[in-house]
Write a protein that binds this ligand. Structure first.
Ligand code: F6P
Length: 538
């Protein structure tokens, strides 16, 4: 991968001039002068996903300059480097292989049969355990059927499985799912109050098996379970009820996990890119392995599109370039993710980690301090709920907030068709209102307080259906969009060194507060006061 400072490219300079030319651009006028604007600014991906980017502050010249930026920053070379397994994760000296996890067509992209043997071994293990638990064949230590699956994990070991299982809840089986992520015991208590441990399986999902929140939660759950039963049951309890998903096999065995219950993760799989790996075990348990495989297949189809499509017909590349256009040239600091499907409630939260943990960096790939914007701030909520909370600001606020509106054209509920009609009508109406407002000539809005100036940009992402196949495509193209943004912005998107310092300070604070020796430590007056306030009540 080349390490090119984007601001030094000719395209960047052209875009800086271009923004001066078109800063008074108006989406309404753009549609008036180009009757085929939708055709020219949309991509229909195999009738599975319709990507409409016509309601943006762009014209053909903008797209030309942005595509040249992708060329000058060697995006295509970077795609090949990632897919072929080059060590592009330089600071961790690793390749980046989440695409290999769903590369069903073994003879393309990465040529490393050893990796595929490992991946398929893990997939077969996931398939077998999923079938055994779902069918009821797998029993508790005292011969009961399993009803509850509890995933103990945080960050990428939580958000991906949470988002996917919620998005695909129309495909879920009888198993009840619980996600224990936070160190705040409120979450743990609320879960153990709802489950009978004898009917429950606990998956300790942690690539490193040393994330403080996860290991503390896992130990508390283990103690809570074991102390209910005589010690001669303990070995059976561990072997029938505790699983580990990790790259750190030794620590899992030391914790007491039966070797056969350990699902490994390749070190080259980043946490926030890991739902396709054994971190997705709870997904397979929830929707069945066949549907998990369809999720992988959808992602593979998008990988294929991303790898082979020309720049101007490449959804992830176009999305990445539009984000850079707003983030780096229009000064838009945030992007809103607004799924018009209540099952996608956790998508904004999932994309927060994927985007901001990947591209929230200030040092470039040459080790230089960056003097331009990197990750945008990702936020959002489902529609139509957002229309009754923050949409006022989208329509009449002073900030430029590009939005991704996401919906599924067909739904999975048999009755209540009128609900889906209303939902999709809102989805289309909102992007239209944001784009065109009510101030055009044929509108005679007199009351200034009712006026909506429009010209607010959005992408419309229309899935055929929120099924495993389409969801796999959607997630994969956000992964690739974020990757391309990182390539262009000349940053390393696959490490997360920024979170290490906080962990270190937390560990020393825990020790100092526990041992009451924080007074002679050189804590700043604020931390000192906060510790004192805590100690007053504990
Ligand atoms: O937030 C830091 C991080 O390392 C994430 O990248 C990761 O997904 C999460 O913590 C959990 O890490 P692990 O799976 O090793 O417990």
């Amino acid at each position: 991968m080349k390490n090119i400072n984007p601001t030094k490219t000719l395209s960047w300079k052209k875009l800086k001039n271009h923004i001066q030319e078109i800063k008074n651009i108006n989406i309404y006028d753009l549609f008036k002068i180009d009757k085929n604007r939708f055709e020219n600014f949309s991509i229909n991906f195999e009738n599975e996903i319709l990507f409409d980017y016509s309601k943006n502050l762009i014209n053909k010249k903008t797209i030309k300059y942005l595509l040249n930026l992708a060329k000058e920053t060697k995006c295509i070379d970077a795609i090949y480097s990632m897919f072929y397994g080059e060590k592009i994760n330089i600071t961790e000296n690793r390749s980046v292989l989440h695409t290999a996890l769903r590369n069903n067509n073994m003879n393309c992209f990465l040529k490393d049969n050893n990796i595929y043997l490992k991946i398929n071994k893990i997939l077969n293990k996931i398939k077998n355990i999923s079938n055994n638990i779902i069918s009821g064949k797998w029993k508790s230590f005292n011969n009961k059927k399993i009803k509850n699956i509890i995933n103990i994990g945080i960050g990428g070991s939580y958000l991906g499985p949470l988002m996917v299982t919620k998005s695909l809840q129309n495909y879920k089986n009888h198993l009840n799912l619980f996600f224990l992520s936070n160190i705040d015991a409120n979450q743990l208590i609320s879960i153990i109050n709802k489950i009978n441990p004898e009917e429950s399986i606990f998956i300790i999902a942690s690539k490193t098996f040393n994330t403080l929140e996860t290991i503390t939660n896992a130990l508390s759950i283990k103690q809570w379970f074991l102390k209910k039963y005589d010690t001669n049951f303990h070995k059976d309890i561990l072997s029938q009820h505790f699983f580990a998903v990790t790259n750190n096999i030794n620590s899992a065995i030391k914790f007491g996990i039966n070797k056969n219950n350990i699902f490994s993760i390749l070190p080259e799989i980043g946490g926030r890119f890991s739902l396709w790996s054994s971190i997705g075990l709870i997904i397979s348990l929830s929707i069945g392995f066949n549907n998990f495989n369809k999720l992988l297949l959808g992602a593979y189809k998008m990988d294929d599109h991303f790898f082979y499509s020309p720049l101007n017909k490449n959804i992830p590349i176009i999305m990445a370039l539009i984000s850079i256009w707003y983030n780096n040239f229009w000064g838009a600091e945030t992007e809103a993710i607004i799924p018009y499907n209540d099952n996608m409630y956790f998508l904004p939260m999932y994309l927060q980690q994927l985007n901001m943990e990947s591209n929230g960096k200030y040092i470039d790939r040459n080790g230089e301090k960056i003097h331009y914007q990197t990750s945008q701030i990702i936020w959002g909520d489902v529609g139509t709920n957002g229309q009754h909370s923050f949409f006022q600001m989208l329509h009449q606020g002073t900030k430029l907030i590009p939005c991704d509106f996401i919906a599924s054209a067909s739904n999975n509920y048999i009755d209540y068709k009128n609900h889906h009609l209303q939902l999709i009508s809102n989805f289309i109406a909102q992007t239209k209102t944001l784009a065109f407002g009510n101030l055009q000539k044929n509108n005679n809005e007199k009351n200034i307080y009712y006026s909506c100036i429009g010209n607010k940009p959005s992408n419309s992402i229309f899935l055929k259906n929120l099924n495993p196949y389409n969801l796999g495509m959607l997630i994969a193209y956000y992964e690739h969009k974020i990757f391309i943004q990182g390539v262009i912005l000349n940053i390393f998107s696959f490490d997360q060194w920024g979170v290490e310092l906080g962990k270190k300070i937390t560990n020393s604070l825990i020790k100092d507060i526990k041992e009451d020796n924080y007074k002679n430590k050189k804590y700043d007056s604020s931390s000192q006061a906060l510790i004192n306030f805590y100690k007053k009540y504990n």
